[in-house]
Design a protein around this ligand. Sequence first.
Ligand SMILES: Cc1cc2nc3c(=O)[nH]c(=O)nc-3n(C[C@H](O)[C@H](O)[C@H](O)COP(=O)(O)OP(=O)(O)OC[C@H]3O[C@@H](n4cnc5c(N)ncnc54)[C@H](O)[C@@H]3O)c2cc1C
Length: 471
Amino acid sequence: MVHVLIIGGGIAGIHVLQDLLSRRKEIENAAGGKLEITLLKKERSGWLSTCGLPFALQDIYEIETTEITKAEEFVEQGVDFRTQTEAVELNTDKKSVRLLSGEVLKYDFLVIATGRTPVLPKAVEDAMNNVKRVHTFNNEEDAEQIYASMKNAKNGFVRGRGIIALQTAVAFAKRGIKTTVLGGPPSLLPSMLDADMGDILKEYLEQNYDIRFILERKEIKALNADDEGNVRSVLIEGADGEEEIPADVVVIARGSRPNTELARSAGIETGESGGIITDKAMHVRKKGKFLRDVFALGDCVEVVDAITHKRRLAQLASAALVQAGVIADNIVSEISGEARAYSTYEPCTSPTIAAIGGMLVGSVGITSEEARRNGIKVLAGRAQKVSKARYFPGAEKINAKLLFDAHSERLLGAQIVSSAEGVAERINELNLAIKFGMTAKEICMNERCYDPSLALLKDVFVDAAENALKA
Ligand SMILES: Cc1cc2nc3c(=O)[nH]c(=O)nc-3n(C[C@H](O)[C@H](O)[C@H](O)COP(=O)(O)OP(=O)(O)OC[C@H]3O[C@@H](n4cnc5c(N)ncnc54)[C@H](O)[C@@H]3O)c2cc1C
């Protein structure tokens, strides 16, 4: 018998479980016995798509719809799937995990997929327990509470300018809630977009959803509540003084930190970014040694950036999915002794897309600000075009930006803000271009397919590459 214990039932933990279940026979043959899998998670759900939750707030479907597989369905497949269960202690020497209930579980392989925790401004942390209708947005329980608070709300306040914050602001605005978004300078989605690209999105959201943006170095000073304890306004403070903003629903989505307390208390090492350190095989490190029977993945680990080579957080479902496959391969490899089964998680480019209202945003690789911080000189080129021949009905605008290494002219980053479909495919294509080291010239000379109803003869990204070469 071989026992795999997974702590965490978010996208990361669930995908390790799915990968192991799909290879059950192979594992059992190699182990010469049964594969037992236990999964622990704090929430009530089985496999739930966290990424689908913001769209449920926009009434595109109900929150329940995002539960793809119920816990009972995993139990029927022979998994010891435990919801509303918390692990409180790890012992990697004894190969055991203690639960809040006191029960101790032994493992042959441990997978840590404990995710992230929202970061709260100090004033909110203090007030959160006393003031109602103030929420973080991390899981389905948060989504349910936000949804309930949105009912009858007239004024909404969102702290944060990332994807989750903006999708929440759009959900508020679609309900007719007058919405204010507080974030830092200079513009929106700074980990994805340069300020000039972020401003295109900002202008779109101001014009189409009447959202007010305060993108300044300001922080929440206090949450004011009525006699029943419901939030009624947010007091924000900056160098130029204070402002009280009416709000009867508040969402704090200004970032999150990796959930690593459990791992750290067992001596597992974390890095500068705060995430758990792993090797390429996703083994965790303890006292300078990588443990062959303990893996970690998802929002709780740090990754190596493919462009800067620095360690950072990825915190994307897309990264967790690939890491899950690596871990499944390496568990199979450990059990079977087959070196060929082994695989590695390579440095990360973070291809990212998001639908923010009717605008689609995508990015991959580095931004200009990130390049500047890392001493990388870039050539930048921007272009705006339409998605198909301008005489063809339904042509939509595409704004594109490419960043190339100033010396080698190799692609380092790509950004897109567009009302046209196809953003995901473009970002995936540009991710490959970064990975295979394409230069600006090669992008200009690359033959592309053409049909006036589907594409332009000369693509917007070819113009962006040409503009970068002229820069
Ligand atoms: C609202 C929202 C929208 C998003 N949209 C996108 C998107 O469109 N695209 C994209 O790529 N990414 C998106 N993300 C990010 C993506 O969801 C995460 O990167 C991904 O879910 C990583 O999941 P995880 O399993 O590592 O962490 P989590 O989802 O945080 O799961 C952690 C799990 O660990 C469990 N856990 C923690 N500690 C313990 C303990 N001590 N004992 C037992 N269980 C424990 C928790 O209960 C939970 O089940 C979004 C995130 C949010 C919050």
